[in-house]
Unconditional design. Structure first.
Length: 634
């Protein structure tokens, strides 16, 4: 990129490429700062589904799902405490840990491009383009394991391709020792890193063959260094034996340890397509992912750049190493598309494409120096396009409020008795556990997943609660199998209490107001916050109800119509507990949530059904003025 015009001799013009590279690198850091996930995750998006679990694990000396990622967890738990002491949110500290790995990968990538081409601006700009590829950007700003995978991969390629003679401190023995250690760490961290081995073998193969007489002495050393990468797996059983608060599975037993180490839980996902159409779908999906990573024009440029570099001196060998290192992940994505997040598996492919473009730019600039300026502008434009293409998507991912909503729900659980909150293992469970184990907001609530011993908890005096959404995964019959008998009631908006005996009306209580079919209303009141109005109703079965009328809940003005918003329900307790399942004298609470609306001054509710002529008939309509609602915290 050396300019040839007289004007280019001006010092400012001469420094322009480097200045632009520095500004572009600052732009990358700004993009990461704007999209860093700073709060607990609860999203079920494929990118985010494990993030909440990792946010908890990295702040509690916990363990992570298969295949364990022990070194990642150990180093992460050393990384987060100093940031928390500085007042950083624990979730943000976990995200910054991933960012550190991601920046290490980008620095190593840029360093390799610089050492090969001698062009600092090209190295920085190509690293920025790589850093703004969709999956690499995402995994550099959320608490996930793949930024460490990327860093390990690029570091191995850096060592293998470092352009100095293979002698002295960088001779075969030293390079292979470093590669063996990094390879062991990488494969123990994520087994998919083994697929880059062919590229590394291309880089070191000729030197290995030349030193074949030294193999008996060196190979055992290299094997030993590689096996060191697996030593951190001792962390998994150790944390269970120590009674760790956040331990995945049962790594303290041999079977449980092997299940996690081998990733057997994912065996059902490791299947080849069963037809030609399945293979074609996988190919199309893989290409679609790559186009989304770099944009379609960017993908075409990357393929062209890598292909061109493979045919041109002086960089064809380095390009070949990256291409062969990317081939394994590419084929794995096509063959086993659902085994691992394909976007993460394909990160080495994206890296190879950007690397190919960088080397192609250098090769062309050596022949036509003026092309360097055009390439400089093109890389900056590519970075800008990637930012525009991915920023909104990433902001949406990292600001998903599901985790915060789960924590808010957990805070509503009554504390008059010991409380246990059941959520299925997953992002929402991790969010609730974060509020209990990390921040302490709900430290007085026992969090339990779908494998819990619920009868034992009830026997210990706990009251058992869950969310309404749980019943879509584990229906009422599932609960009856585990509890024997089941009676439901709402305990607060969005909270269901699970009981083995019904709550009965006290004979000394005032009589309830009869409505229909043996159903009566004991009391009703409103609470509210800035955005919602909450209706709370206590029903009573004066006798076992004979029918199942529906419930209407309407927010209106002073007149019954028009209805501004509603929260009707087919059955009580969020639709999961029909009237006809109640026992005589049973008391059941119902909670309904209405969004505030302009002109919404009254909440009207009652029972309704359709008559023989399919006309709606209301029973026991009751009206409460919104002006009289109590603040939710009162």
């Amino acid at each position: 990129m050396t300019p040839t015009s007289p004007a280019a001799s001006h010092p400012l013009i001469a420094r322009l490429p480097r200045l632009l590279a520095i500004l572009t690198a600052a732009f990358l850091l700004l993009a990461y700062a704007l999209t860093l996930q700073t709060r607990i995750n609860g999203s079920s998006d494929e990118y985010m589904i494990d993030v909440g679990e990792i946010q908890v694990a990295l702040n509690t000396w916990g363990t992570i799902h298969h295949t364990g990622y022990p070194l990642f967890a150990i180093l992460g738990n050393l990384f987060t405490p100093p940031l928390r002491l500085l007042g950083l949110e624990p979730a943000a500290a976990a995200s910054l840990y991933a960012t550190a790995w991601g920046l290490l990968a980008l620095i190593a990538f840029g360093l390799l491009v610089w050492r090969i081409t001698g062009r600092a601006a090209l190295a920085v700009l190509s690293a920025v383009v790589l850093g703004l590829a969709r999956s690499i950007w995402i995994h550099n700003v959320v608490a996930e394991v793949y930024s460490m995978s990327q860093a390990t991969t690029v570091l191995m390629l850096l060592v293998a391709l470092w352009p100095v003679p293979w002698r002295g401190r960088w001779d075969l023995a030293h390079r292979m020792a470093v590669l063996a250690l990094l390879g062991g760490i990488g494969v123990s961290h994520h087994r998919a890193l083994a697929f880059v081995a062919p590229g590394l073998l291309l880089a070191v193969g000729p030197h290995l063959w030349e030193a074949r007489r030294r193999w008996p002495k060196l190979v055992p050393l290299w094997i030993g260094l590689a096996l060191l990468g697996f030593v951190p797996y001792l962390y998994l059983p150790l944390r269970e034996w120590q009674g760790g608060a956040w331990v995945y599975g049962e790594p303290g037993t041999w079977q449980g340890f092997w299940t996690e180490f081998s990733g057997r839980e994912a065996d059902r996902l490791v299947t080849l397509p069963g037809s030609a159409a399945g293979w074609l779908d996988n190919v199309q999906s893989t290409l679609g992912i790559l186009a989304a990573e770099l944009t379609l024009p960017g993908l075409l440029i990357g393929v062209a750049g890598l292909a061109l570099t493979l045919t041109l001196a002086p960089h064809w060998r380095a390009a070949g190493v990256f291409a062969l290192a990317a081939l394994g992940p590419l084929l794995f994505s096509v063959a086993y598309h659902t085994a691992v997040l394909p976007e993460a598996v394909l990160m080495p492919v994206v890296t190879a494409l950007v690397f190919g473009v960088a080397l192609a730019v250098d090769a062309l600039a050596q022949r036509w120096p003026r092309a360097g300026w055009a390439a400089l502008a093109g890389l900056i434009a590519w970075a800008a396009v990637l930012f525009a293409a991915h920023y909104d998507t990433i902001r949406t991912l990292i600001t998903d409020p599901t985790g915060l909503h789960t924590i808010e729900r957990a805070a509503r659980i009554p504390r008059d008795e010991p409380a246990a909150f059941m959520l299925p293992w997953g992002p929402r469970y991790a969010a609730a556990a974060y509020s209990s184990l990390v921040t302490g907001e709900n430290a007085d609530v026992q969090m339990v997943d779908h494998k819990g011993d619920y009868r034992a908890l009830l026997a210990e005096g706990y009251r058992l609660y869950t969310e309404p959404e749980t019943f879509y995964i584990f229906p009422v019959e599932w609960w009856r199998e585990r509890l024997g008998t089941l009676y439901l009631t709402s305990a607060a908006p969005g909270i269901v209490a699970l009981q083995t005996a019904p709550q009965q009306a006290d004979a000394a209580d005032p009589p309830a107001e009869p409505i229909r079919y043996g159903i009566a209303r004991r009391e009703a009141w409103l609470t509210c916050d800035a955005e919602h109005i909450y209706l709370h109703v206590v029903w009573q079965a004066e006798q076992r109800p004979a029918e199942n009328p529906s419930i209407f809940v309407h927010l209106t003005g002073s007149e019954a119509t028009p209805v501004l918003t509603d929260d009707d329900s087919r059955y009580p307790v969020y639709g999961f507990y029909p009237f006809t399942e109640w026992t005589r004298g049973e008391i059941v609470r119902d909670d309904f949530t209405l969004s505030r609306m302009p002109g919404g001054t009254h909440v009207r509710f009652g029972l309704y059904e359709q008559d023989a002529n399919e006309q709606f008939v209301n029973y026991g309509e009751h009206v409460l003025p919104v002006a009289a609602c109590q603040a939710m915290d009162d």
